[in-house]
Design a binder for this molecule. Sequence first.
Ligand SMILES: NC(=O)c1ccc[n+]([C@@H]2O[C@H](COP(=O)([O-])OP(=O)(O)OC[C@H]3O[C@@H](n4cnc5c(N)ncnc54)[C@H](O)[C@@H]3O)[C@@H](O)[C@H]2O)c1
Length: 228
Amino acid sequence: MSKKKLVVLSGAGVSAESGLKTFRDSDGLWEGYNIEDVATPRAWRKDPQLVLDFYNYRRKNVLDAQPNAAHFGLAELEKDFNVTIITQNIDDLHERAGSTNVLHLHGEIFKMRSERDHELVYEIKGDIKMGDTAEDGQQLRPHIVWFEEPVPMIEEAVPVVMNADIFVVVGTSLVVYPAAGLVNYAPLNIPKYIIDKRIPYTSELMNITTIEKPATEGVRELIALLLR
Ligand SMILES: NC(=O)c1ccc[n+]([C@@H]2O[C@H](COP(=O)([O-])OP(=O)(O)OC[C@H]3O[C@@H](n4cnc5c(N)ncnc54)[C@H](O)[C@@H]3O)[C@@H](O)[C@H]2O)c1
């Protein structure tokens, strides 16, 4: 028998217990910065050095962080399910925990790209500096989807959610669109689980089980429910 398709939408909360801060938990600041100052195209035009410093620092944080039991638990589910993880996170903790099918909606901290040509993408573990250029001679920027930028990966994510047999939401406030809108594409009658320290508001979703717990505990409970 083929495995059921289990689709996970994850957000910053799944990495919180790995020491990577979410930003809505800290008064709308991300590590002390206003989002508008570091994560928008306007910020990049105004002060690219500040933006590079911010993401260079984020990259170091992620290098120092380790996947937690929530990441490992979701990776383990691949034994019993056909799992796709759609994450809003820019860290690589799902992959390092062993998940093999991860779609990054908002980019990846270990990638950079030409500021003009979105196709010229490169791996990066160290810092990006002003003056570092892509093959087209343009400045390199983090391969991150900033606020107010289009989210091309949403096109790939929508059909994945539409074809899910089971849908799980973990550690996201569901306020950043279009990512948050993905929940509305899940088939009406499939089982849905929401794991969060504080369950976010969702309108009119059917068949929901809420698990109001930190991600590590919540994923353990999810696994027990799914394999029951
Ligand atoms: N690790 C990362 O890559 C990272 C970190 C911060 C922000 N971001 C970016 O910020 C945007 C924010 O959207 P978002 O919805 O992902 O984050 P968010 O900060 O808006 O929401 C975080 C959610 O996680 C929950 N939460 C916090 N700690 C938790 C825990 N231990 N266990 C379970 N849930 C917990 C909160 O209650 C909240 O609902 C994304 O676009 C993302 O790219 C990424």
